[in-house]
Design a protein around this ligand. Structure first.
Ligand code: PEP
Ligand code: MN
Length: 345
């Protein structure tokens, strides 16, 4: 349910509404909108008696049912887009967020060189895996704590914010100590214990879509995180498995505008994992801008042929510079469209 309070509802009236919701056995989650308080309530069972009672409660303007099974992340619950501040970048706001860096942190020279180059080319957020989910147990598993320390050093040297993957519940604390954004990988999208632990974490989350997950499942995973206390979630489309073997994954580009209809959360596109092929990354990056994504997550490596992981889809530093340069006119249009969205007609 969403309960919209009248614009000048008193604190007592708001508190009374919250109490009534709890009396009916539902959980309260309240947010302050632009000019009025909107209260969200969730729980099981038929909400009709509660809705009817609330409609007759002082200070309430309207009480409506949220039809989607995901509640707090739905557009029905919150019309305004969620803007997530990360080290001076407002993801979901009026700046397109470019996140770039290697698949894996491999050593000091590699991460520093990449960080300097992507920062100079216009990225605001540095990516790099310290804990790596690999198909084979014999492949490079990541530098773990050492990788996190290197990322923190790269942040200090460049001012870039850090996004890095957290693979397990036990690592949430140590990753949160070093990262600005906690990445949940495709393989962990439905690791519900991890999602619950991230709900209690104060860092923003980048939640990647599972390779065989539906949009509904992605939104339900985001709902887990927010229901456990953390509303700062970016969703990431990174391609899904289909019958098509010509690319590593099939990019579900329409997922971006669809998510923009269904949720208020920022949506990021990862064209690197979506294709597995570096030659396709620039075109897909332009597509992401055109369909209204809030940012890009891209793999970049100083020498892709020597990369410990995902070399084939990693751009060289020169290719990344060319990509951001070629993206500029598209970003101008994106910005104009975003400002028009923010200005009511
Ligand atoms: C990654 O970002 O390097 C990664 C492992 O991505 P995904 O979880 O989307 O496969
Ligand atoms: Mn990768």
């Amino acid at each position: 349910m969403i309960i919209s309070m009248r614009p000048h509802a008193s604190k007592e009236e708001i508190e009374h509404v919250c109490e009534r919701i709890r009396e009916f056995g539902y959980k309260v989650h309240s947010i302050q909108g632009e000019e009025r308080v909107v209260i969200g309530a969730v729980g099981v069972g038929d909400v009709t008696p509660c809705l009817e009672s609330l409609e007759a409660t002082p200070g309430v303007e309207s009480a409506v049912r949220i039809s989607a099974p995901y509640k707090f992340v739905s557009r029905e619950f919150k019309k305004e887009r969620t803007v997530i501040p990360v080290n001076g970048v407002e993801v979901g706001g009026s700046e397109f967020a470019i996140m770039a860096g290697p698949c894996s942190v491999e050593g000091e020279k590699q991460i520093m060189e990449t960080a300097q180059a992507v920062a100079a080319a216009g990225a605001r957020i540095l990516r790099g895996g310290a804990f790596k989910p690999r198909t084979s147990p014999y492949d490079f598993q990541g530098l773990e704590l050492e990788g996190l320390k290197l990322l923190a050093r790269a942040r200090q040297a460049t001012g870039l914010a850090i996004v890095t993957e957290v693979m397990s519940e036990q690592d949430v604390e140590v990753v949160a100590e070093h990262a600005d954004i906690m990445q949940v990988g495709a393989r962990n999208m439905q690791n519900f214990m991890l999602l619950k632990a991230l709900g209690k974490c104060s860092r923003p989350i980048l939640l990647k879509r599972g390779m065989s997950s539906t949009i509904m499942e992605l939104l339900m995973s985001a709902e887990y995180i927010t229901a456990h206390g953390n509303p700062n979630i970016m969703l990431c489309e990174r391609g899904i498995r289909t019958f098509e073997p010509a690319m590593r994954n099939t990019c579900d580009i329409a997922a971006v505008p669809l998510l923009n209809e269904l949720t208020h959360l920022p949506v990021i596109l990862d064209p690197s994992h979506a294709t597995g092929k570096r030659s396709l990354v620039p075109a897909l990056a332009r597509a992401a801008v055109a369909v209204g994504a809030d940012g890009l997550l891209m793999e970049v490596h100083p020498c892709p042929e020597k990369a410990f992981s995902d070399g084939a889809q990693s751009l060289t530093l020169d290719q990344f510079r060319a990509l951001t340069r070629d993206l500029r006119p598209y970003l101008e249009l994106w910005k104009a469209a975003r400002l028009a969205l923010a200005t009511p007609v």
